[in-house]
Design a protein around this ligand. Structure first.
Ligand code: ZN
Length: 657
């Protein structure tokens, strides 16, 4: 591990807080030190307040900020004098502690300071850095971990036995530090938790962290516990999409809300999941409480999720009979599932959460395997994990029940998603919190949006093998399917029946009808396993109720698709799947309507372009977004009791009313 300190960058920092931001970001940029909002740092600065008094202020990382991207407002200023008085108390509950942190901050709008704020305050150095460095955490989770740490660091660190983060840990640190610190002390190692470094200069504190962690890495290398051997495993069997969707359904049932499931079948992960000792090494608990807080659950093994849920029940019964009541407040669904065939499946309310859980567990796998190479993985005992899972502060977070977006945890598939109505549908669904798989012939779909809740795949919907593969990819990424928006379609140039070309007729039928029939058939098993009931929206056309001359192939294909949807409503109602159709007309902000085409069509009717665009009863323009919002609403609670409906979105048409 190398220091990333750069003199020129550091010189640009104008004050002590800016330097704190700078070295915090250096720590945050290294996933071997800090993962997703983990770790925390602080600086103590003397300030003059509004009434002219000098005060020592602790600037400590505020909740909700990530060290990798933190800025000055991410540090919460809290009065040192009060924090030091709190550290003298015999007891302080977590909620009292949070209240004190909140009421003693000097900027009202600052975030709540880290739960480790009092701990930072009691260390008598200007800069304090704290990480859950993988190498240190690995060694503290080995048999004889404390002796090993002593062997590596001698009297340069004070060793703190495991205590749950919060007030008790701050007190323990204050006592141990007072009793054991010497002139040689440069840091603290917290067993089964992480490491602190400190100094009066930002650079010294940061580089001390790097050096201490480097020594832990060297120790593992000396014990041949660094390179992780991997057997040549590949995912040889095709993905059983229905099995994964069923797992997601059962997890969502247990969680009481739709959850996303994200798969990793990389050789590294499969190698871990196929270890003979998986049962022992994966069921012990997390490497550090920082990880359990966000994973919230132990990894579970096997294939039958009801056995996972039952195992949790047993676990609660044995380890915390008194906490039964509290258990009902939390969902019993696992967050990490390991399977020799499926690999690692991580669960989250959003794709971001599932992704964070995956990152954390990938690091946990590395830590466990290195510990096994060094000696044996020996994690925190079950009762201590329970303590963290049911930590008062965690409970408070859960109780708040921040209002989830309407479609959180749901997955939609949109065809023809790269432009026009399809793209607008993607945006409407994402805005409601859904994860979206977008298919399009145009490969720009793959880079259309860079966000974890969108997967863009190049796919010809008339190619059944390609569609199957796309569904597989969607299931790997999000775990299943809740909504299908059938938008892809084609509109050939006008042609009367007398001149209609067979080839064109077949092509239009192939795209607008055959491909959608195959898509409905292939999505059905997934929609049936949708945690919130399956929803299908057909983007129809005004041509269904009011066909026009010269559009035989298009109108006939859309009318046939309309009939197909009506049959599906009959056949799928028992599975809770609803299917509704919307009939747009004159949506001109799509690819096929160039300025020229628009001008020529308007001229054909002896109208201005504006008149042509608004030639409907309401005299209004219809945009792709108007159509998309209706499509999204049809998947939402407003249409929860409606199936087989056909709703126009055309400004009113005198041939349809
Ligand atoms: Zn920590």
């Amino acid at each position: 591990m190398k220091s990333l300190w750069n003199e020129a960058d550091a010189a640009r920092c104008e004050d002590e807080l800016q330097l704190r931001v700078y070295t915090s970001r250096l720590l945050g940029s290294n996933p071997e030190l800090v993962l997703h909002g983990g770790g925390n740092t602080s600086v103590k600065i003397r300030k003059t307040n509004l009434v002219g008094e000098e005060e020592d202020i602790l600037y400590v990382k505020g909740s909700g900020w990530d060290l990798a991207t933190i800025e000055a407002p991410g540090f919460t200023p809290i009065r040192m004098a009060h924090l030091l008085k709190l550290a003298e108390l015999e007891t302080l509950s977590d909620s009292q502690m949070v209240n004190e942190l909140k009421t003693q901050q000097t900027v009202a709008s600052a975030p709540t300071g880290s739960v480790e704020a009092i701990l930072h305050a009691v260390l008598p150095f200007k800069y304090v850095d704290h990480t859950h460095a993988n190498a240190v955490v690995t060694i503290t989770n080995l048999p004889g971990g404390e002796e090993r740490i002593r062997e590596i660091y001698g009297d340069e660190v004070v060793i703190i036995p495991y205590v749950m983060p919060g007030f008790d840990l701050a007190r323990m640190v204050a006592q141990c530090y007072a009793a054991e610190a010497s002139a040689n002390t440069r840091g603290l190692v917290l067993m089964n938790h992480g490491i602190f470094s400190f100094a009066d200069a930002a650079r010294d504190s940061y580089e001390c962290m790097i050096e201490l962690v480097e020594r832990a890495e060297q120790y593992l290398k000396r014990h041949n516990a660094w390179e992780i051997p991997r057997s040549g495993v590949e995912s040889d069997k095709p993905l059983a999409v229905e099995q994964v969707a069923r797992l997601r359904w059962e997890i969502s049932q247990a969680a009481g809300a739709p959850m996303l499931l994200s798969m990793d079948r990389s050789p590294e992960v499969l190698s871990f999941c196929r270890r003979d000792d998986l049962d022992r090494i994966s069921q012990q608990g997390p490497a550090t409480p920082d990880h359990v807080i966000r994973t919230k659950r132990l990894p579970m093994l096997g294939r039958d999720v009801s056995s996972y849920v039952k195992a949790y029940g047993d676990y609660f019964a044995v380890n915390a009979p008194h906490a039964r009541q509290e258990v009902t407040m939390l969902d019993p669904a696992p967050r990490v599932i390991l399977d020799p065939e499926l690999g690692m499946l991580t669960v989250g309310r959003s794709s971001k959460e599932a992704g964070i859980n995956a990152d954390i567990y990938r690091h946990t796998m590395q830590i466990i395997q290195r510990a096994e190479l060094a000696d044996a993985w020996t994690a925190l005992s079950a009762d201590k994990i329970f303590e963290v899972e049911y930590w008062e502060l965690e409970q408070a977070k859960l109780r708040k029940g921040d209002s989830a977006p309407e479609m959180q945890g749901e997955v939609a598939l949109v065809t023809g998603a790269a432009s026009g109505i399809g793209r607008a549908c993607v945006e409407s669904l994402l805005a409601r919190g859904a994860a979206v798989v977008g298919l399009d012939l145009d490969d720009s779909i793959e880079i259309m949006l860079e966000r974890s809740d969108f997967l863009g795949l190049t796919c010809d919907v008339t190619d059944q093998a390609a569609v199957k593969l796309a569904l597989e990819n969607g299931v790997q990424r999000f775990g299943g399917l809740n909504m299908l928006i059938m938008n892809a379609g084609m509109f050939p140039g006008g042609s009367r029946i007398a001149e209609l070309d067979d080839e064109i007729w077949r092509k239009v039928m192939g795209v607008n009808l055959d491909a959608n029939m195959a898509l409905m058939r292939d999505c059905y098993p997934l929609l049936k396993l949708s945690p919130n009931s399956g929803k299908v929206v057909v983007i129809g056309s005004k041509n269904v109720p009011a066909p026009g001359p010269g559009a035989a192939a298009y109108s006939a294909s859309k009318a046939a698709l309309n009939q197909l949807a009506r049959i599906a409503a009959l056949e799928w109602a028992a599975d809770g799947i609803r299917i509704n159709t919307l009939h747009p007309d004159a949506v001109f902000d799509t690819g096929i309507w160039s300025e020229e085409v628009l001008a020529s069509r308007a001229a054909h009717y002896a109208m201005t372009v504006q008149e042509y665009k608004t030639k409907n009863l309401l005299g209004t323009e219809i945009s792709s977004m108007d159509v998309a919002e209706l499509a999204a609403a049809m998947c939402g609670p407003l249409f929860a009791k409606t199936t087989a409906a056909q709703v126009p979105v055309d400004g009113g048409n005198d041939r349809v009313v």
